[in-house]
Design a protein around this ligand. Structure first.
Ligand SMILES: C[S@@+](CC[C@H](N)C(=O)[O-])C[C@H]1O[C@@H](n2cnc3c(N)ncnc32)[C@H](O)[C@@H]1O
Length: 247
C-alpha cells in the first residue's frame, strides 16, 4: 500500500524544490525567485559587501559566476568596473540581470553569457576581479572552478567567494569548517593571502573568502606547497565586518 506523505516528507520536498530553484531558477516560479532575490535587502547587502572585497579600480574587468538577477553586477558597475562579464545558466536570471543593468549593458560595460565556467575561453582574460555569491555550493567541482578562474585572473587579481547557509541554522563550528575548506581549496588552486570575512546575517553569518591570484608560473608551485601544508591547516585569517558591512 502506498505510504501517505507525512509533514516531514512534505517539508523535505518543499526544501528540495526551493534549493532546485536557487540552483537554476526556471519558469514562472524561477522568475518569482529572481524578483525576490533582486528585492531582498539582505541579498542586496550581501552582494554589495562581496563587491567591496574586490577593491574594484576604475577600468577593472570583473567576472561574476551565477549573477542571478544582477544585483552584484550593478554594484560592480557602480564601483567603477570598466567591464563585467556575468555568467548564469538560467535564462530567466540573465533576462532579469539584463533588465536591472540595461544602461550599463547598452553601453557595453556588461556582457551577459548564458552558461557557466565552460563558456569561458582564454580571450576572456585577463580579469582583475572575480566573485560569486551563494553559488559555490552548487558547483560540481570547486577546485576546477578555482583553477579556471585563476587562469583568467591577472597577477594580484582578487577572487571573492561568498556563501551563507540559508536553509537551516548551522553551528559556528560547521560554518567555520566550511570556510576553512574553501580557503584550503583556494590555496591549493594557487591563490595567495587567503582571508575570510564575516557579515552577521540571519539565519547564519555570511562568509566571504578572498584570495589573490599569483602569476601563472608560481601558481602550480604554490598549489603543491598548499597541499603539503594542508596538515596542520594554516590558520585562516578571519575579519569580522560591522553592521554596515565594512571590515
Ligand atoms: C542562489 S542564486 C544567487 C544569485 C546571485 N549571485 C545573488 O546573490 O543574487 C544562484 C545563481 O547561480 C546560478 N548558478 C548555479 N550554478 C551555476 C553554474 N554552474 N553556472 C552558472 N550559473 C550557476 C543559478 O542559476 C542562480 O541564478
Amino acid at each position: 500500500m502506498p505510504r501517505t506523505l507525512g509533514l516531514d516528507d512534505l517539508a523535505e520536498r518543499a526544501c528540495r524544490a526551493i534549493i532546485a530553484q536557487f540552483r537554476r531558477p526556471t519558469g514562472k516560479v524561477g522568475k518569482l525567485f529572481g524578483v525576490l532575490m533582486g528585492m531582498r535587502a539582505s541579498n542586496r547587502r550581501r552582494n554589495r559587501w562581496a563587491v567591496e572585497h574586490l577593491s574594484i579600480q576604475r577600468g577593472d574587468r570583473v567576472l561574476e559566476l551565477g549573477c542571478g538577477p544582477g544585483v552584484g553586477v550593478r554594484y560592480a558597475v557602480e564601483a567603477g568596473a570598466h567591464e563585467v562579464l556575468a555568467l548564469d545558466h538560467s535564462i530567466e536570471m540573465i533576462r532579469q540581470a539584463d533588465w536591472r543593468n540595461r544602461p550599463a549593458a547598452a553601453a557595453g560595460r556588461v556582457v551577459f553569457r548564458l552558461g557557466g565556467l565552460e563558456t569561458l575561453h582564454p580571450e576572456d582574460g585577463p580579469i582583475d576581479a572575480a566573485f560569486m555569491v551563494n553559488v559555490v555550493h552548487f558547483l560540481p567541482d570547486r577546485m576546477q572552478a578555482f583553477d579556471m578562474i585563476g587562469e583568467l585572473l591577472a597577477e594580484g587579481g582578487r577572487l571573492a567567494v561568498v556563501y551563507q547557509p540559508r536553509m537551516r541554522k548551522v553551528s559556528e563550528a560547521e560554518l567555520l569548517a566550511g570556510a576553512e575548506e574553501l580557503a584550503a581549496e583556494m590555496r591549493e588552486a594557487g591563490f595567495a593571502d587567503v582571508a575570510c570575512h564575516r557579515l552577521e546575517l540571519k539565519p547564519n553569518a555570511a562568509l566571504c573568502v578572498v584570495g589573490h591570484a599569483r602569476a601563472r608560473a608560481r601558481r602550480a608551485v604554490a598549489g603543491i606547497q598548499a597541499k603539503r601544508d594542508a596538515r596542520p591547516k594554516p590558520e585562516l585569517r578571519l575579519v569580522v565586518s560591522d553592521q554596515a558591512g565594512h571590515a
